[in-house]
Ligand binder design. Structure first.
Ligand code: CP3
Length: 339
């Protein structure tokens, strides 16, 4: 009998003949009452930094929804800025704030890329605990922010808007900008290596703000650093570049095993563009999971029909779940994919 893990790894290798594997970005989070209950006692950062708690939260969605094929480590892309020496916090009104901005050479020099991965050793511990729990049954996913997206958070000092400060820095002060990119890439490379060595079956790279990168910088700022990370990673990689489907042919050149597609991009067009040898992940609009099970079932059936017989398809949302996600909608989705 096939296991979730085998189904997932087969899909990453474009040779899955079973139903498509499924997981959901932000499958652990505020929409789950068991997550909110834990959060009464510990804040987000404590949960991320305590391997036992991170393990518990990672497993919450799998306990509630046994059809999920993969667990994704409970953490955040902002642990890299933190390990580089810039703290983050979530504002009460929503959104993210970093403790300071990084915009000049002196500020770039204040970052600590060497040894950043050692400061994230708690992630290695959480992954090892998770691997013990999941064994060969379920897939264990690690993840990291892509250097361009992390540079935006560091330069803008929080949620990046249009990325005006980093874009200005690219033109006015390319030297400091490149130093920044180099430091971030070093930290990400070491961090992904740590995750691979600690039991992750595959790694997703989140280039959530790829759409803000000026086209003349896309190769240098988005793709090249991801290539370096890919070289250091001995597990399959999934690349999620939100809003950047106009650059799918460029993304293919990185050589990741899978490309994740947002909700605004057609799966069949994406498949036609990237060819048959790279797995595709996506692309249900996560807003559907805030509506009604009836709409979810119809949309999921459409996606399944669209990708019928595709041996390299992984079902997911086109972006992460929001706190307004309805549990009955998630259940309806999973019952449609894995009845
Ligand atoms: O997917 C998972 O279940 C794994 C955990 C995970 C989180 N963040 C947990 C989290 C992952 C993979 C991330 C990645 C992440 N974090 C990204 C890339 C994916 C994307 O959304 O494009 C980005 C850009 C971030 C930065 C971040 N962290 C944002 C924008 C927010 C929301 C801030 C807000 O205003 O609420 C977070 C917080 C966050 N990360 C939460 C969770 C569960 C919510 C925190 C809480 O309220 O408990």
């Amino acid at each position: 009998m096939t296991t979730s893990r085998k189904r997932f790894l087969d899909a990453l290798a474009c040779r899955n003949l079973d139903r498509p594997p499924v997981w959901l970005m932000r499958q652990a989070g505020r929409y789950l009452p068991e997550y909110r209950a834990l959060k009464e006692e510990s804040d987000f950062r404590t949960m991320v930094r305590t391997p036992e708690l991170a393990t518990e939260v990672t497993l919450q969605p799998l306990k509630r929804f046994p059809q999920l094929d993969a667990a994704i480590l409970f953490s955040d892309i902002l642990v890299i800025p933190e390990a580089l020496g810039v703290d983050y916090r979530f504002r009460d009104e929503g959104g993210i704030e970093l403790e300071r901005t990084i915009r000049s050479e002196i500020e770039v020099d204040s970052l600590t890329p060497e040894g950043a991965a050692e400061r994230l050793e708690y992630v290695g511990e959480a992954l090892q605990m998770l691997k013990k729990e999941l064994g060969e049954e379920k897939t264990l996913l690690g993840f990291c922010g892509a250097p361009w997206t992390l540079a935006l958070y560091l330069v803008e000092g929080g949620s990046p808007g249009e990325g005006r400060n980093l874009r200005e820095m690219l033109y006015r002060d390319p030297h400091s900008a490149r130093l920044l990119l180099k430091g971030i890439t070093t930290a990400c490379t070491d961090y992904v290596r740590l995750q691979c060595a600690s039991g992750a079956d595959a790694i997703q790279l989140f280039d959530s703000w790829a759409a803000l990168c000026p086209s003349e910088f896309y190769e240098e700022w988005c793709l090249d650093p991801i290539r370096k990370i890919k070289e250091a990673c001995d597990k399959p990689m999934i690349l999620f570049s939100r809003g950047a489907a106009n650059r799918l042919t460029d993304q293919v050149t990185v050589g990741t095993e899978a490309i994740a597609i947002d909700w605004a991009t057609s799966l069949s067009q994406a498949r036609a563009t990237i060819g048959p040898n790279i797995a595709i992940q996506g692309n249900l609009d996560p807003i559907l999971l805030e509506t009604d099970p009836e709409y979810v079932r119809a949309a999921a059936a459409n996606i399944l029909e669209n990708r019928k017989g595709d041996p390299g398809f992984i079902f997911n949302g086109g972006h992460g779940l929001s706190p307004k996600t309805r549990i009955d909608c998630v259940q309806a989705l999973l019952d449609t994919i894995a009845p």
